[in-house]
Design a protein around this ligand. Sequence first.
Ligand SMILES: Nc1nc2c(ncn2[C@@H]2O[C@H](COP(=O)(O)OP(=O)(O)OP(=O)(O)O)[C@@H](O)[C@H]2O)c(=O)[nH]1
Ligand SMILES: [Mg+2]
Length: 267
Amino acid sequence: MNAEFPARSGGADAPPDGGDLRSARPWPPGRVLVVTATYNERGSIAGLVTRVLGIDAPLQMLVVDDDSPDGTGELVLDLARTEPRLHVLVRRGRRGLGSAIIEGFRMASAHGFAVALNMDADFSHDPDDIPRLLAALEPVGAEPAAVALGSRRVAGGQIVGWPLSRRVTSVLVNWYARWVLWLPVHDSTTGFRAVRLGFFERLSGPFETGYAVLEDMLIQVHRAGGRIIEVPITFTDRTVGESKAGLRQRCEAGLALLRMALRAWRP
Ligand SMILES: Nc1nc2c(ncn2[C@@H]2O[C@H](COP(=O)(O)OP(=O)(O)OP(=O)(O)O)[C@@H](O)[C@H]2O)c(=O)[nH]1
Ligand SMILES: [Mg+2]
């Protein structure tokens, strides 16, 4: 039985107030939880779950869906009925990449995981890179880092398939994060990241609820003295589904970055 609320016979169920849906299976004990936020990712999510859980490592996976109109949530709830390492939260009445990731990380903590690894659902992040990120987070014989970033902007990293406009925006935002927000990383906009939850739990929050959570989380980790490591990855533009980073999301993220600058420069 799921700890958060009871389920009807064997499947996912809504609480009496008609709120969130959750997969009903118990969570086996585990160390690493891959967290993927989804909104209308029906075309890729089943393949991603298969790839992630097929990796030769003891991983579990949590999909945090915001009640996608295309039925992504129902699809993963269905997959979770026969896959005990897959967990699902379908949030109703809330929306946002940032709040979905943070809620996923908090669920990972609540279920006793040591590491949460965030990745997108659209195969821009290669599941085969997961073991390298985990190894970088907890190197043998050295101090563990707080965050290991899948970075496109260190030697060996690259972006495949982005139009010029995306590349320019990404360079500008990364420049801003480095020189205005004083964030000493090269790729602060990457969503591919492994986070040590013992460190994450020490952050006071609150966190940005939209795309700016990516920079916000790193700033909070850096301010709290956490080490951030960058691991080169190849990022490939999505070929399935549509971008959720529309004009509204970009404007919200822009405003959030301005707010962060005001906070960073406050004496
Ligand atoms: N739960 C949830 N997930 C979201 C939301 N917005 C985006 N996502 C997911 O967050 C991940 C990143 O979103 P993308 O649309 O791929 O954003 P992007 O990578 O910046 O842009 P493209 O790759 O061009 O689409 C994907 O898995 C999305 O489905 C949201 O509001 N809620
Ligand atoms: Mg994407």
